[in-house]
Ligand binder design. Sequence first.
Ligand code: PRP
Ligand code: ZN
Ligand code: MG
Length: 222
Amino acid sequence: MSVPENRLRIAVQKNGRLAERSLDLMREAGLRVMKGANDLLYRIENHPIDVLRVRDDDITTFVADGVCDLGVIGLNVLEEHAARRNGPRPEVVMRLGFGRCALKIAAPAEATWQGPEALAGRRIATSYPGVLQSWLRERNIEAEVVELHGAVEVAPRLKVAHAICDLVSTGATLEANGLKAVETVLESEAVLVRAPGGPPEAHQHLADVLTDRLRGVVAAQG
Ligand code: PRP
Ligand code: ZN
Ligand code: MG
C-alpha cells in the first residue's frame, strides 16, 4: 500500500461498532469519501486527505507513531493501549458523542455485591487487562486477571472466573448470561485523537480546519 506523503491521514475502524458512524461523521464535515478498489484506503475527493480503515488496536498504534495524523477511536481502546504500552500516546482532541458504552465489573446476579474489596483473591475475566489492573491497583485490590478475547460473559458460568470486566451498552449480554453490573471502571465513547504533539507543519492547517468542522458537527448533534 503506497500512501502519498503530502496527504493528511485519518485512521478509522474498518469493522465494528464505530465504523459506519466514523465515516458518516467525515461526510457530515463535508468530506467526499471515495470508496476505492482498495478497501483499506479511502480517498477524500475534495481535500488532500486519505482515510485508513484498520483494526481499532492499530488506529492507536498508527496515531501514536505519527503514521496517521488523526484517528477516531473508542476511549476504551485508547486507555487499554496506553495501559499496556509505554511511550507516546495519541492526544484526545474531542469527544464525538457516539459509541457510548461503559467498561463495567459484573458478577452473578444472584450474589449480593459486597463492594470492590470482595474481588480480592478472586479471578476476573476481561478483554481489558490493562485498564482493569490499574483500576484494581488504585484500590489496592489484588485479584487474578484472566485475559479473554471474546465471550467474556460466559466465564463465570464456566467457572473460569468469579466476575468479569467488559463493555456494557444495552445490558442485554449481561442479562442473557445471568450477570449484573456492580462497578463502573470507565465511561467510554468515540473520540477524535491526534498524533502526539499534533500533526506535522504541512498538515497543520488542514487538520485545524477539519477539527473545527467536526466540532461544529458534534455540537449541532448535541
Ligand atoms: C460487546 C461487549 C459485550 C456486549 C455489550 O461484545 O464485549 O459483550 O457487546 O453490549 P450490550 O450491553 O448491548 O449487550 P460484541 O458483541 O461487540 O462482541 P465481542 O465481545 O466478541 O467483541
Ligand atoms: Zn484488541
Ligand atoms: Mg462481547
